[in-house]
Design a protein around this ligand. Structure first.
Ligand SMILES: Cc1cc2nc3c(=O)[nH]c(=O)nc-3n(C[C@H](O)[C@H](O)[C@H](O)COP(=O)(O)OP(=O)(O)OC[C@H]3O[C@@H](n4cnc5c(N)ncnc54)[C@H](O)[C@@H]3O)c2cc1C
Length: 377
């Protein structure tokens, strides 16, 4: 059985951090928006994410357009969080104490010095610290630490809390989020109102929309036929959550692991980067590596409670750059491929997409990520 339900200005496919950030931006500007989600809010990659907002510690010379966009999105973050917290009445665990990149030996130091030079050449604010200075600001790190780099203006956020706060704000502004609504196909592509078929409670349901935004993360290939020929692949990531006394002020990163400490005692340790398709198994060896590498820099984790291990599938394009812009069909847009930076890039993507939807303008900062810039299959 099937039925046509109602007509919306905008339908967004996928209630991940990208879909909900865009929905929030559009609802706040008065558009009627429905988000369709095949499982539930946060079912995607974002649930495994550590919430690092780290364009400075990740500023590598080889991806200048991405660094520019990351810095731009980062510059919006504080205001974005204030706005979402204000609208939802929920705290998103935003913290601006920065990232401490740790060297444990000569090889690490060489790599970090290269990063430091890149950061300086771009005028970014980072400081080189010797071992003594590191222990002054992080006294609980291990004796293996030799030196490090402090990116003072990196931030972190609790991405799960942010997602829930976005969901609540969207509802407050009159938007709809329909869970267990699996979009199977898009029809009447040339019409003013496109129809979207989704499955809900084993039934086919149709919804019509003037504009559609595809934010379906690593699953995008399943619905992208005809719209664009950019391949999106899942990049598996395993992260773990521990609980214990909050003893780290900064996000700590070594060449093997990162530790993100939250005020509520949660410590997120991550993350593996694996090309294994949609394999959602949790490997003992991966967890062992994460724990051992975390223990090497922060021995106190030995006493922490092990709470959770999570798998996420980061959406990635062939060149690992985001895919943001118009598709081959008028009024159908895409925002995915954010790979390792989706939480960081969410406000920038939402802002850019709202310009495209409301004004028909593609902001210069996202032009390097349009479908024509990506290598085709
Ligand atoms: C271990 C790990 C750590 C990470 N740490 C960070 C970090 O510190 N900072 C950072 O910025 N990023 C981080 N990331 C990356 C970040 O999580 C992703 O870039 C981001 O979540 C991508 O967001 P998204 O909304 O595009 O995709 P997702 O979060 O995957 O959401 C896509 C949604 O679309 C839904 N969907 C798919 N197909 C359909 C369909 N046909 N119909 C309806 N719904 C559909 C899915 O169910 C899902 O809910 C990390 C990722 C991992 C795995």
């Amino acid at each position: 059985m099937s039925s046509d339900v109602y007509t919306e200005e905008v339908v967004i496919i996928g209630a991940g951090i990208i879909g909900l950030s865009i929905a929030y931006e559009l609802c706040k500007r008065g558009l009627s928006v429905t988000v369709l989600e095949k499982e539930k809010i946060g079912a995607g990659s974002v649930w495994a994410s550590a919430g690092m907002l780290a364009p400075i510690s990740e500023a590598k010379s080889e991806e200048p357009d991405l660094v520019d966009f990351a810095l731009y999105s980062h510059s919006m973050y504080r205001k974005f969080i204030d706005s979402v917290e204000n609208d939802s009445g929920l705290n998103c665990g935003f913290n601006d104490t920065g990232t401490l990149l740790i060297a444990m030996g000569k090889d690490d130091e060489g790599e970090l010095k290269h990063l430091y030079d890149t950061q300086k050449s771009r005028g970014l604010d980072s400081v080189w610290l010797d071992q003594k200075k590191i222990f002054e600001i992080e006294p609980n790190l291990s004796g293996w630490v030799t030196s490090g780099l402090l990116a003072k203006n990196d931030y972190q956020v609790n991405s799960r809390d942010l997602l829930i706060a976005l969901g609540k704000s969207i509802i407050k502004f009159g938007g709809k989020i329909i869970e267990k609504a699996h979009v199977r196909s898009l029809g009447k592509l040339e019409d003013k109102f496109k129809s979207i078929k989704y499955i809900s409670k084993s039934q086919e349901v149709y919804i019509k929309s003037k504009q559609i935004i595809i934010c379906s993360g690593a699953w995008t290939n399943n619905i992208s036929d005809l719209l664009f020929d950019v391949d999106i692949r899942p990049v598996k990531g395993q992260s773990i959550r521990l609980n214990g006394p909050n003893m780290l002020k900064h996000v700590i990163r070594t060449s093997d692991v990162y530790l993100v400490s939250r005020l509520n005692g949660e410590l997120v340790v991550g993350g593996t980067v694996e090309e294994k398709g949609f394999d959602n198994s949790i490997q003992a060896g991966s967890i062992m590596d994460l724990l051992r590498n975390a223990w090497k820099v922060f021995p106190n984790i030995y006493e922490y409670e092990f709470c959770e291990s999570t798998v996420g599938f980061r959406p990635a394009t062939l060149n690992n750059l985001p895919l943001i812009g118009k598709t081959n069909i008028d009024n159908i847009f895409v925002a995915t491929g954010h790979f390792r930076h989706g939480v960081l890039l969410a406000p920038g993507t939402a802002w850019a997409m709202s310009k495209m939807i409301i004004k028909g303008e593609i902001p210069d900062i996202v032009k390097p990520f349009g479908i024509e810039k990506h290598k085709v299959l």
